[in-house]
Design a protein around this ligand. Structure first.
Ligand SMILES: [Zn+2]
Length: 566
């Protein structure tokens, strides 16, 4: 395993790390200037630790059966992370009890100090131990799901390798791939359910320790979601049902017509009609990188320079393989001043979109680089996902690097339609989590039934699930967020609404919109979500009216593409 990250501290030496942290704690201040210097140094130390920790996380995700990678990662989880949490609480207390903190410039430090106050209210030493166990359970989830392999006509394949088969024009192949995926999942289903049970208990306890009545309230506070409430999320689900589901229904019916089938079945969702071949934007990894670089360069030379540098430095782990965890993510490496992309490409259109998405995160990280405090670079997910989801839409006009005119038309249709059908499916995952933690004592059966119920409630009714009810109830087991980063999902919905506004603006004024995009992203976490969205020239707004307006826009866009002559 070659190392792509910089390790300035030996994390194996727990005592040395503790001594460093203790050093920060023992420092005394004579002025607010000294507090500022202390904060700056602490932030640098935090960056150094973060890069090493995330580096170990990357190693483990990339080789989840490698003993050394596993040990390093587990050591971090069990020794280093708890140490950092405990010391962060002590350091917060030190800062907040210093009289000099009131002399700090409120414009620069106001948000930071409020965040520290919030963290102090939430912190309980006993939760640190619970979080070690929580992390252990999430790791187990990755081991179980990442270790799965399937026998496909005598050939061993990973689950992500089966996904392209769901697009196959041959219905029998699709059906058989779909069945295989769920049969394979069944092998670990029992274990995954047990993991979830344990997580439920643990998370309930954490909330109680912090004096909150449920884990949902705990997470809203932890994520500093002060700009919206759980009730707003419920309202958002209702608006999606009202304004998005009818359009989703129209799209699915169109799909049924294009496929020429009597009924649309679960394994037809990504299918490509018989007279078409599935989109293949690239044949091998290097082609994907090269073409994405060209496309990004057309938007902004710096964007392509960024992906080229990342590629040269080994920061792009793109292809699927056995013993690599599923999913995709982008991690900033603050010392290297670059980002790392992890994904599981199997040469489909989705892979191309995932890379544009993750590059949106990398571009965001690049634009935030100038901010000295790590706190200011640590953006909430509602703005991080705005960066990435907008990049998917900005990339549309550059797809000639991958596709013929006719393929571009198809790809664009697919993207716009997928955005519509994504909303109900995503809000379902959000509402499922609300339910889980509002009813923490539920049984495994109730949990499965609830997911099925929400799926039906938010469904457009076009797909016939008969005979597949069980698979429908189980779909959530594939969603790693529910296990690893609970409550992280509604952000995708909120950010997608922002990204659609960006796209609408971009169509009218590409240069101006791109400039505002960069300007807004460069703000990082120094301003509120309302202000960041405003700087991007859009509104942080997920009201029914906004959704209605955007669905009308999408419907027009989709029909314009459908009528396009190529
Ligand atoms: Zn993302």
């Amino acid at each position: 395993m070659s190392k792509i990250y910089i390790e300035q501290h030996n994390l194996n030496d727990t005592e040395a790390i503790q001594a460093e942290l203790e050093g920060f704690l023992q420092q005394t201040f004579q002025s607010s200037r000294e507090v500022e210097t202390w904060l700056k140094n602490l932030s640098t130390f935090d960056d150094e630790l973060r890069e090493a920790l995330d580096g170990h996380y990357i190693d483990f995700q990339a080789h989840n059966q490698d003993q050394q990678a596993k040990e390093a990662f587990e050591h971090d989880q069990e020794k280093i992370e708890p140490l950092i949490k405990t010391y962060t609480a002590k350091l917060d207390e030190k800062l907040m009890s210093s009289p000099f903190k009131d002399e700090l410039d409120p414009k620069q430090y106001g948000r930071f100090l409020r965040s520290k106050e919030n963290a102090m209210e939430l912190f309980r030493e006993e939760n640190v131990t619970l979080e070690v166990e929580e992390d252990r359970l999430a790791t187990r989830y990755f081991e179980l799901t990442g270790g799965l392999s399937v026998d496909w006509n005598g050939e061993e394949k990973t689950i992500p390798e089966l996904f392209p088969l769901l697009e196959d024009p041959d219905r029998e192949i699709r059906k058989s791939a779909f069945d295989k995926i769920f049969q394979t999942l069944s092998k670990v289903e029992h274990d995954l359910q047990e993991i979830m049970d344990k997580l439920m208990k643990l998370r309930k306890q954490k909330a109680a320790n912090s004096g909150l009545s449920n884990y949902r309230d705990y997470m809203f506070k932890k994520y500093e979601r002060f700009d919206y409430t759980p009730e707003d999320c419920k309202q958002l689900a209702a608006s999606i049902r009202e304004y998005v589901v009818p359009l989703a229904e129209k799209i699915k019916k169109q799909k049924k017509k294009e496929l020429g089938v009597e009924v649309l079945r679960p394994y037809d969702r990504s299918a490509v009609p018989k007279d078409r071949t599935p989109l293949k934007p690239f044949a091998q990894r290097d082609e994907l990188v090269e073409r994405t670089s060209k496309a990004l360069g057309q938007l902004e030379p710096r964007f392509s320079e960024l992906i080229d540098t990342m590629n040269e430095k080994g920061m792009l782990d793109l292809e699927t393989r056995r013993n690599k965890s599923p999913g995709g993510f982008c991690t900033p490496l603050p010392v290297s001043e670059l980002s790392f992309i992890f994904m599981n490409a199997s040469h489909t259109h989705d892979d191309m979109m995932t890379l544009f998405h993750e590059m949106g995160h990398c571009i965001h990280n690049d634009l935030k680089r100038h901010l000295p405090l790590s706190y200011d670079r640590n953006t909430p997910m509602e703005s991080s996902e705005l960066a990435s989801m907008t990049m998917e839409l900005f990339s549309i006009d550059q797809w000639d690097h991958f596709y013929s005119k006719e393929e571009q038309k198809q790809a664009k249709l697919d993207l716009l339609r997928d955005i519509v059908t994504f909303f109900p499916s995503a809000i379902r995952v959000d509402q499922f989590q609300h339910w889980m933690y509002e009813n923490p004592d539920h049984t495994q059966e109730e949990r499965m039934a609830k997911f099925g119920e929400l799926s039906r409630e938010l469904s457009d009714g076009v797909i016939d699930w008969s005979g597949y009810e069980d698979a429908r109830n189980k779909e959530w087991l594939f969603i790693l967020h529910i296990f690893e980063v609970p409550f992280y999902y509604v952000e995708y919905v909120i950010a997608q609404l922002g990204a659609l506004q960006m796209y609408k603006n971009y169509k009218e004024d590409p240069a101006g919109t791109l400039a505002r995009y960069k300007h807004a992203l460069a703000l990082g976490n120094t301003q509120s979500l309302y202000e960041v969205y405003e700087a991007a020239g859009i509104r942080f707004d997920f009201s029914g009216e906004m959704i209605k307006e955007l669905m009308e826009f999408l419907e027009e866009e989709i029909s314009a593409v459908e009528q396009m002559k190529v």
